[in-house]
Write a protein that binds this ligand. Sequence first.
Ligand code: GLU
Length: 241
Amino acid sequence: MCGIVGYIGTEEAAPILLEGLRRLEYRGYDSAGLAVLDPEQGLQVAKAKGRLQVLADLTGQGQKLTGHMGLGHTRWATHGAPSDVNSHPQVGQKGRIAVVHNGIIENFLPLKEFLLKQGKTFRSETDTEVIANLLEYYYEQENDLMKAVRLTLGRIEGSYALGILCADRPDSMIAVKKDSPLIFGFGEGENFIASDVPAILPYTRSVVYLNDGDMVVFTKNAAQFYDANGTPVRKAPEHIE
Ligand code: GLU
């Protein structure tokens, strides 16, 4: 188990993500990373093997990544040794889709073979990079990120909590989960995802515990939830005491 934090709002995302990851350190990890998206700077990724402090130093405590939305991840390696390149976020070949993942993709090998045949290349040994490239593959075909996510979920087997950013969508994020925990946090003009409540407690106590198969597409002001069938559903937030 390890950690995911996502933020979209009006503040600089990176320092919030670093602080959120610190609050998830109790879950254990071997490496950490951030992806921050800004309409002008584009998708910026920083990641490093080792303690969170290494990532904090690398990014000037987050100051070197600019943008009001992003994803943070602490990794506990299952596929590929702890290393900078195997750390998350993992990015699709073209560098426009970034994914953070907790869990294990059991059928990653046949999917990797399929993607290699489609001309996709891989930098890491992770099962997660297969998700990033599969998303990119379907996004190129469909030109619709949500549809690409659905098609990707239809092909991956295993456990996952996923946070997904696309450089073409600098105002929204997508999160999904199956057999790995993920919560959604409602803020005022800002919204969050996290593996666990402590990551977002300084900002909100209003949360939704996502069910297996749930997807949420969210901006800083709104969140749309979908169930495993893709049907839009309403979710009432719970108040954390
Ligand atoms: N299976 C993925 C990897 O090894 C994610 C591990 C995790 O849950 O942190 O990169």
